[in-house]
Design a protein around this ligand. Structure first.
Ligand SMILES: NC(=O)c1ccc[n+]([C@@H]2O[C@H](COP(=O)([O-])OP(=O)(O)OC[C@H]3O[C@@H](n4cnc5c(N)ncnc54)[C@H](O)[C@@H]3O)[C@@H](O)[C@H]2O)c1
Length: 335
């Protein structure tokens, strides 16, 4: 069987830390080309991960590279324009999170993928975590009883200088929002994948510490269809660190503690059981493998665009509530 040959667009932090290695190491997968505006970054990533060609222009890369699929790992405002170009050139595309700046923007990619029949997906890799599968199984087995609460918290410190390459994360036109778009999008995706979309939400978004156009502190209260209450707080305003997710039902509670460790605390009544279900060493590897398998076997990837955009539907509603104040009903949009 021929390998799927990848063009990686964006040779920044995540590409260097995880995506390049995942594209190289997945079965039936090979990194052949890298494109970055910064030639030196593109060249060094190609060398490190055994690629063959590097480019500084996506138009050139799409014509001249010998790729079969494209991975987009650039700042958020570039995801949709670059994914559209890739599909126009005939290539399946796996897009980093969050999918887009807005639902309206993301919709253009969904329409394009639908009309061409080309596979496209979003990189919400926690849907492949053993902890996620375990939680899903508990829900299917109805071990929680009726859910009453969902709680998620991310407290962290982020304070880039304007000269920092990561500064785009606090520029609204490039990131969409602050910690809500960054880590919040991952946590909202896990909630959506496990228990679905809320019906309504109300938020407080503030600049308590940093002088940015995006929020540094947020509290989001969501009403779930079965009546459960969900609370999320995503913050870049404290030098303390906390990263937790928990589902509480009438019968049982499950905490991901800390969130990404794979350590789960399961409480039934007053009895607590510790479980260890660690994720893969490179969390992008199962994601890339899933996408490669989807292309080879003609199946749906784990987080198709129609799922990935649900986080954007929530983030648009969060922005609306932050701007206008008050509760916002979550629109039912089927893609
Ligand atoms: N899934 C995760 O856990 C995870 C973690 C970190 C980042 N991300 C996502 O990955 C993406 C990249 O984040 P990052 O931290 O690597 O950012 P980064 O700023 O470190 O890297 C972005 C790269 O894109 C390049 N670039 C900018 N404009 C370009 C263009 N027009 N054409 C080609 N290259 C261009 C930049 O030169 C830079 O090398 C973002 O969408 C981010 O949200 C995901």
């Amino acid at each position: 069987m021929e390998d799927i040959k990848w063009l990686l667009v964006g040779a920044g932090d995540i590409a260097q830390k995880r995506v390049g290695a995942a594209l190289r190491d997945a079965q039936h997968s090979k990194l052949v080309a890298v494109c970055d505006l910064n030639e030196e970054k593109a060249r060094s990533l190609v060398e490190e991960f055994s690629g063959e060609q590097y480019f500084t222009s996506l138009d050139d890369a799409l014509v001249k590279s010998k790729c079969d699929a494209v991975y987009i790992a650039t700042p958020v405002h570039l995801h949709i324009p670059q994914a559209l170009l890739s599909i126009d050139a005939g290539f399946p595309v796996l897009v980093e999170k969050p999918l887009s700046l807005t639902v309206e923007e993301g919709k253009t990619l969904i329409m394009k993928a639908k009309s061409t029949g080309i596979t496209a997906a979003t990189s919400y890799y926690r849907r492949l975590f053993p902890a996620y599968q375990y939680t899903k199984q508990m829900l299917e087995n109805q071990e929680f009883g009726p859910l009453v609460l969902v709680r998620m918290v991310y407290d962290s410190w982020f304070s880039p200088e304007p000269s920092d390459p990561k500064y785009w994360r606090v520029v609204k036109g490039k990131s969409g929002s602050g910690p809500i778009s960054d880590m919040g999008s991952h946590m909202l995706d896990v909630m959506i994948g496990l228990i679905g979309m809320p019906e309504r939400l109300i938020v407080l978004c503030d600049h308590l510490v940093h002088d940015w156009e995006v929020e540094d502190t947020s509290s989001i209260l969501m009403m779930m269809p079965n009546g459960a209450q969900a609370y999320a707080s995503f913050n870049w305003s404290s030098k303390t660190w906390r990263h937790e997710f928990e589902l509480v039902g009438r019968e049982a509670r499950l905490a991901w503690f800390p969130y990404d460790s794979g350590n789960l605390k399961k409480t039934v009544g007053r009895e607590i059981t510790d479980l260890a279900l660690p994720p893969a060493g490179n969390v992008h590897l199962p994601l890339v493998q899933d996408f490669v398998d989807a292309l080879i076997l003609g199946k749906q990837p784990v987080c198709p665009l129609s799922e990935g955009i649900k986080v954007n539907i929530l983030m648009d509603a969060i922005q609306k509530s932050a701007l206008e104040g008050g509760e916002v009903a979550i629109p039912e949009i089927e893609f």
